[in-house]
Design a protein around this ligand. Structure first.
Ligand code: DP6
Length: 356
């Protein structure tokens, strides 16, 4: 037995955890998954991963970590190998119990697999919540919220940086920032209490412009920031944007929110275009949609804004009270640019939940 705790049997848990959309982007990292600037995101509600983990006592606990993994009910060995690698990297430091059991992991996404939506934030945070919950079951502790989600955020981060932010309701900041004394590079903190009500119910429709796999992964994109001549200025700009955005989010200042959010999205893609080698992840449809959103906003004076992740898809952000007008606009003018007309209607959500 690798830990001094009694080995229990029939341990299992299930968690559903959402994706998130960054407003100030994390782009560039160092060390062991540490960000080069602080970032902030809205936690989503519809785009989520459900993960169930059950533990089976091992006959030979000294052996390597053992995982059986299935996605959407189908065994997936290449994912299983990635999870084994990840768990091996964190077991000694964070979860010694992982060596005592064989893990059976079943996962599925609420959004279509080929929708082009990044699922690392929801999948890593769902797995992290399961691992923390099982640890508590083993050592006989309850899931005391603050410590539970702090550890879940650390583990999520080690799996995928942006996942650190998914374990908190409504909005979260990851990365040390002078305006937030509790902030840290190692885990995110929830900032929902500093949100004006208009942002607590913000709508986020995801327009699937392309469902193709990205030509350059986020991990490769982060690495390219190392040689990017604009990187130092970018990190300063991001921290400055976050300061301004925190005030706008508190005051309900939609105009400043929209300006910073859109500038951040375009800066992210500009950084890709001036990396060496340069690359472009936007598609023609992304640009067309961006222009249409700007025109619609100016014409009708409705606060609707866009952002993008490291891909071609567009997130359309607007207050709940404009749902009718914006939905009509999206259906009439933006849907034709979507792959198979695909749109995921999402909104700010309440973070992970245990599946009973
Ligand atoms: C553009 O978190 O996917 O979505 O840490 O290598 O897993 P890894 O990268 P990842 O990067 C996401 C970058 C982003 C911006 C953001 O979410 O802040």
């Amino acid at each position: 037995m690798s830990s001094s705790i009694e080995i229990k049997n029939n341990l299992k848990t299930g968690w559903e955890s959402p994706s998130n959309i960054a407003l100030v982007k994390y782009w560039g990292k160092h060390g062991r998954q540490l960000p080069n600037n602080a970032s902030i995101s809205f936690t989503l509600s519809q785009a989520a991963t459900r993960t169930f983990v059950s533990l089976e006592k091992k006959t030979n606990p000294e052996e390597a970590i053992e995982v059986v993994f299935s996605f959407d009910g189908k065994p997936n060995n290449s994912f299983a190998a990635k999870i084994v690698k990840f768990l091996t990297s964190i077991a000694d430091e964070y979860f010694p119990y992982l060596k005592d059991y064989k893990l059976n992991i079943e996962s599925s996404n609420s959004f279509p697999h080929s929708s082009g939506i990044a699922s690392s934030a929801s999948s890593m945070s769902a797995l992290a919540c399961c691992l923390c919950d099982l640890e508590n079951q083993i050592i006989g502790k309850t899931n005391d919220d603050k410590t539970f989600f702090k550890k879940a955020s650390i583990i999520s981060r080690l799996g995928s940086g942006s996942a650190a932010r998914s374990v908190f309701a409504q909005a979260a900041v990851w990365g040390k920032h002078t305006d937030l004394s509790e902030s840290s590079d190692e885990y995110a903190i929830g900032v929902d209490t500093s949100l004006h009500p208009v942002f607590k119910t913000m709508q986020n429709d995801i327009l699937i412009i392309s469902a193709d796999e990205k030509s350059v992964s986020s991990t490769a994109g982060h690495a390219l920031m190392e040689g990017n001549p604009y990187a130092p200025v970018r990190y300063e700009q991001a921290n400055h944007s976050l300061s301004k955005l925190l005030i706008a989010l508190k005051e309900g200042d939609l105009e400043t929110f929209g300006k910073i959010t859109e500038d951040e999205a375009l800066t992210l893609h500009a950084l890709m275009m001036c990396s060496d080698p340069s690359y472009i992840l936007m598609e023609e449809g992304s640009l067309a949609v961006i222009k249409k959103i700007k025109k619609f906003r100016e014409k009708y004076n409705i606060p609707v804004y866009f952002t993008l992740d490291a891909g071609p898809n567009i997130h359309v952000l607007y207050p709940e009270k404009y749902d009718k007008e914006v939905s009509q606009f999206i259906i009439a003018e933006l849907k034709p640019y979507c792959h198979q007309g695909r749109i995921i209607r999402d909104k700010v959500g309440n973070g992970p939940s245990k599946i009973s």
